[in-house]
Design a protein around this ligand. Structure first.
Ligand code: PCA
Length: 229
């Protein structure tokens, strides 16, 4: 469908266009920027494997992030949905494997809320696995020379909450592949924190690769990316 025709379609007809939803987060914890949103925003409107990328910024708030996520899912009805957040201090791209049904906030969110040991979904299962082909994505990123690893925890803050809620919603959406990616600090943030960093264009390239792999690989690769401890 050409872009021109697309512009004149009703919202319902637009949903027929195949889309990929990417979300990033607003800055939090005293940082001026959140690289997750900067990287996702750079891909907004891009076509990848015949799908249009829609980028949405989520508030870094326990309360407001979930309605924003649900609205974005309803509006875009995506084939692939990847939520992205900042994990300052980590080295490289973290392909998250598992979302857990717990919130334990180390710092208050942007609205001042600091829930401790609460469920994301009351009576929900303890955890969900990402349905993205994370091993195939890892191999593709390694071929591209972008540092990446499979992570066994997305933490217990707003990112894990959104990841869990995304997977909870995905179980009722057939054909949707979903998951979560943490990105490290940008170089200027990394310098301030004496921590690892990554240039924005490498993050954006990594996300584009992940979307491409998610849209094209039927099954995940069978290679180990496990951890002993
Ligand atoms: N990182 C935080 C929340 C928002 C973000 O970008 C997290 O890892 O929970």
């Amino acid at each position: 469908m050409s872009f021109l025709i697309f512009r004149f379609l009703s919202p319902a007809a637009r949903q027929l266009e195949r889309t990929v939803l990417l979300t990033g987060f607003a800055p939090f914890g005293g940082e001026a920027v959140n690289p997750s949103w900067e990287a996702v925003r750079a891909l907004d409107g891009k076509r990848i494997e015949g799908h249009r990328v829609v980028a949405v910024e989520l508030p870094t708030e326990f309360g407001a992030s979930l309605p924003a996520l649900r609205t974005a899912l309803r509006r875009t009805n995506p084939r692939v949905a990847i939520a992205v957040g900042l994990a300052g201090g980590r080295d490289g791209i973290s392909l998250e494997r598992v979302a857990i049904n717990v919130i334990d906030a180390r710092i208050p969110d942007n609205a001042g809320a600091q829930p401790i040991d609460e469920a994301v979904v009351r009576a929900g299962p303890a955890a969900y696995f990402a349905t993205l082909p994370i091993k195939a994505a890892l191999a593709a990123l390694q071929r591209q020379g972008i540092p990446a690893h499979v992570s066994q925890t997305a933490g217990t803050y707003v990112c894990n909450q959104v990841f869990y809620a995304l997977m909870h919603a995905a179980r009722r959406r057939r054909g949707l592949r979903a998951g979560f990616v943490h990105v490290p600090y940008l170089p200027e943030q990394a310098a301030r924190h004496a921590a690892p960093g990554m240039p924005l264009d490498a993050m954006t390239a990594a996300l584009e690769t992940l979307v491409r792999v998610a849209l094209t690989s039927k099954r995940d690769a069978r290679t180990t990316a496990g951890a002993v401890a």
